[in-house]
Design a protein around this ligand. Structure first.
Ligand SMILES: [Zn+2]
Length: 469
């Protein structure tokens, strides 16, 4: 039987400052080694000061994952040397004196499968090592400490996964959940990283580290299962070890034998007192917790009559569900939801495009209303949408600027049709035998009016001109 467990590291990217100092939590825009101070560099004599909001946000995650939460938390030093860890220890949590980490014993449902959360802890991210060229062959390694001290939540699952696909699904659900809670932006480079441990048929546990994306993690777990199965078939012992994912060769490679927890010589971080999280704080967090994705989905279905499939897509994406909420959705909610999930999601399919977009909720409700009241055709609506995304102007202004107004005036349309019938003499002949040709002529009218002609009126006028029913 295959058993897979995960350790997910998620940065609390929505915070202002690092976990124990006032350096910026968002280190990405800084020149290397400029977002640092004596505290995150661990200069002797400096004292950490715990970020209260980080504790609250981490507790929020624990609650959202159905975890038990403690009355007081403690921090521990995990001692090890690594060049990206200037203090030679990481401040983290450990359930050594009872449960004193941020949360424990939670769960996430992946379809019908329950994945148990063993523990959630709050800790600091180390710095970053930057290699020149491939990791194994590099002659030069640079260290950037800007990231050191960034608030990180580690979520450890029980080994409840049986397939790589479940792992991928779980990470998608978790990533949507964290984004919905407004604690993290998992799409940012390095904001969400995961290690996996894999064992088969009760054998030793192998940990896979160094995986950059969910897609690669799924592949790495798949590779590791196959590798272990092959060892078992050849009666070779599987050793407990840490392996790295080699992205170039798409295989896992042995890194080092895993340290036992005892080798980290954990001890209580005496520079940070135990912190009490009282019921009032917990109640406040619970009250202000953003609506969960599942209850949002239910509300979309029951209040607006949106299909379950569309509601599922819409509710799990924070950006697009907010766009939907901001649209004037008292009427036409279903059409607004459909327009977002079919047209707009395609147009705004990258983070960059969404950041640049000037599209507001009102634009979408206006556009749907314009289509419904025959002021604009669907074809023209797409052009208008492109334009709104670019410049954010009012829809009425765009329709005028681009001359996208609906052509539904009978005389104008008749004139256009007469012109086309004169040009398309062969099609006119064929149409009398084959009614499908009429659609070809409708297409010609659309072409000539750049998609602005009312399709129904065009069809009936064409039939009239051709003398067919
Ligand atoms: Zn600092």
């Amino acid at each position: 039987m295959t058993k897979i467990g995960l350790e997910i590291h998620c940065q609390l990217t929505k915070l202002e400052s690092k976990l124990f100092c006032s350096c910026k939590a968002d280190y990405r825009e800084f020149e290397p080694n400029t977002n640092i101070c004596p505290i995150c560099m661990g200069i002797p004599g400096s004292l950490p000061l715990l970020n209260k909001i980080a504790v609250e946000k981490a507790t929020l995650i624990a609650m959202a994952l159905d975890c038990s939460t403690p009355d007081k938390i403690a921090f521990f030093r995990k001692n090890y040397f690594y060049p990206d860890l200037p203090k030679n220890f990481q401040i983290t949590q450990l359930n050594a004196y009872g449960n004193t980490s941020i949360g424990w014993e939670g769960k996430i449902l992946v379809g019908a499968v329950k994945i148990r959360i063993r523990r959630i802890q709050l800790e600091e991210d180390p710095g970053r090592l930057i290699y020149e060229g491939a990791t194994e062959k590099t002659k030069l390694t640079l260290v950037d400490y800007n990231r050191a001290g960034t608030p990180l939540v580690e979520i450890v699952t029980e080994p409840d996964f049986e397939t790589p696909h479940q792992v991928r699904e779980f990470l998608n659900i978790l990533s949507d959940l964290l984004e919905n809670l407004n604690v993290s932006d998992p799409g940012l480079e390095g904001a969400m990283r995961a290690d996996a441990n894999v064992s088969i048929e009760g054998g030793s546990k192998v940990e896979i580290k160094n995986i950059g994306s969910f897609h690669d993690l799924e592949k790495a777990v798949h590779f590791e299962i196959t590798r272990q199965q092959s060892l078992v078939e050849r009666k070779i012992e599987i050793i407990q070890e840490t392996r790295h994912w080699d992205d170039g060769r798409k295989i896992t490679v042995s890194a080092r034998t895993k340290e036992e927890e005892a080798e980290y010589r954990y001890h209580l971080e005496a520079d940070i007192p135990w912190v009490r999280i009282n019921d009032t704080t917990k109640n406040q967090l619970q009250t202000h917790m953003p609506e969960s994705i599942s209850s949002k989905k239910e509300r979309y279905v029951s209040k607006y009559g949106i299909t379950s499939q569309v509601a599922d897509i819409l509710s799990s994406d924070k950006y697009f569900s907010e766009l939907f909420e901001k649209a004037n959705n008292e009427t036409n909610a279903k059409d607004i939801a459909n327009m977002i999930t079919t047209d707009i999601m395609g147009l705004l399919d990258t983070r960059e495009k969404r950041e640049m977009s000037k599209l507001e909720g009102d634009h979408i409700s206006d556009l749907v209303e314009y289509i419904k009241s025959n002021k604009i055709t669907r074809a023209s609506a797409k052009l208008a949408l492109d334009e709104v995304i670019k410049n954010g102007k009012q829809l009425s202004e765009i329709i005028e600027d681009l001359d996208l107004g609906h052509v539904s005036d009978e005389t104008t349309l008749s004139d256009i049709i007469t012109e086309i019938l004169d040009e398309e003499t062969k099609a006119v002949e064929d149409a009398k035998q084959n009614p499908d040709i009429v659609n070809f002529l409708v297409g010609k009218v659309m072409q000539k009016t750049r998609g602005k002609a009312d399709p129904e009126l065009t069809l009936s006028l064409l039939k009239k001109h051709l003398g067919i029913n």
